[in-house]
Design a protein around this ligand. Sequence first.
Ligand SMILES: Cc1cc2nc3c(=O)[nH]c(=O)nc-3n(C[C@H](O)[C@H](O)[C@H](O)COP(=O)(O)OP(=O)(O)OC[C@H]3O[C@@H](n4cnc5c(N)ncnc54)[C@H](O)[C@@H]3O)c2cc1C
Length: 395
Amino acid sequence: MDFDFAASERAFISDVREFLTTHREQDEADGVFAPNREADSMLSDSAARRVFNQRLAKAGYLGMSWDEQYGGQARDGIYDYLLNEELASVGAPLIGKGVGCIGKTLINHGSERLKKEFLPQILRGETEFALGYSEPGAGSDLASLQLKAERDGEYWVFNGQKMWTTSAHFADWYWVAARTDPAAAKHKGISVFLIPMDAPGLRITEIRTMGDHRTNQVFFDDVRVHTDYLVGEENQGWLYVCEALDYERFTLYTIGPLRTKFEALVDLLKLTLRDGQPLTTKDSVRRGIARLACDVETATMLQRRVIAAALRGDVPTVEAAMCKLYSTELGRRLADFALDCLGPMGLLRRSAADAPAAGKWEHSYRATVVDTIGGGSSEIQKNIISRRGLGLPSK
Ligand SMILES: Cc1cc2nc3c(=O)[nH]c(=O)nc-3n(C[C@H](O)[C@H](O)[C@H](O)COP(=O)(O)OP(=O)(O)OC[C@H]3O[C@@H](n4cnc5c(N)ncnc54)[C@H](O)[C@@H]3O)c2cc1C
């Protein structure tokens, strides 16, 4: 049994590291590399970030797993995953929504018109997307969504609201699930659309989370979109949403930052003195560190199981649920342990001059909460594991 990557995959990892080292020396690096950022979803827009995306594109890192006829390289999905791990480890923006969820769904189901318009711009790293699934009454139970799309000649007219749309305030296009047949069963009357973020009638308002993360509410007031921008078939949207969420689970959840954070925490505890001794000489701290070292290794192995299943051609639903549940809760446990060790000083925010590690752990404590909610909450992952993985009856 070999848990390591193949030689070609290791060679790819070292190429990516070299690419990142070069780019960390560029002028705009500060706007792109943020090793202390808690999650990719906390990114904000910047010219530097867009330049970096275009550099990734030029180096051939976007669309690696797409078919050659769409400008890809027909490589295994593992390369997208390896790239994202390396990007995440240095706090650089991940390749995600465009190449993964949206690009792949368009390749599988989109019209020739949409493929022609969107695939080349995704490959060039030019376009930012926002994902519009959740609504005030539809999160875990997403199929209850109520945003209304009604046909009016050559147009669809949208009325209603989306909730929690990350990056809506700087995205170019909105990938939206809407109800097109209110009379059909709830999973059956949904369609997916691409809507320009500057469409008249679309209004975006900010929501600031406890983790200092900006997300948004988006209101639709008679927003008109040409029928060309319906993705795939009318009322088949649920299928596309589920497929896109599977891509998201495969490429968007990375373990690298957990390991980086764990190592940074151990270094900090070695340097932090209590009663004149480093914290790492205290039994309770040593026990906690040893436990977390095992947990980081467990998270890594759970993630390898997701990749192995995906590479076999299986949909890794249960593996991904285990990995997401475990790794996102581990992110919270790491921050919790850090604050326990640092004591009252650990509560200082980054604006305070004396904050240990420039307030990183106080921020991490607040910012990691969202990871256990977005993309399916911990409770939903437990439901998947118990029902689909263990065959327990539904309640
Ligand atoms: C910061 C942030 C960014 C986000 N970004 C996006 C985005 O870009 N696009 C997007 O579409 N969405 C986004 N989301 C929404 C996210 O996917 C939802 O918040 C999530 O799916 C949970 O839905 P909800 O908030 O409606 O909570 P609810 O579904 O109402 O759940 C409330 C509580 O009940 C529990 N619960 C619900 N159903 C069950 C059940 N069947 N069994 C057991 N427990 C259950 C949940 O675990 C949770 O604890 C974001 C959310 C946040 C907080």
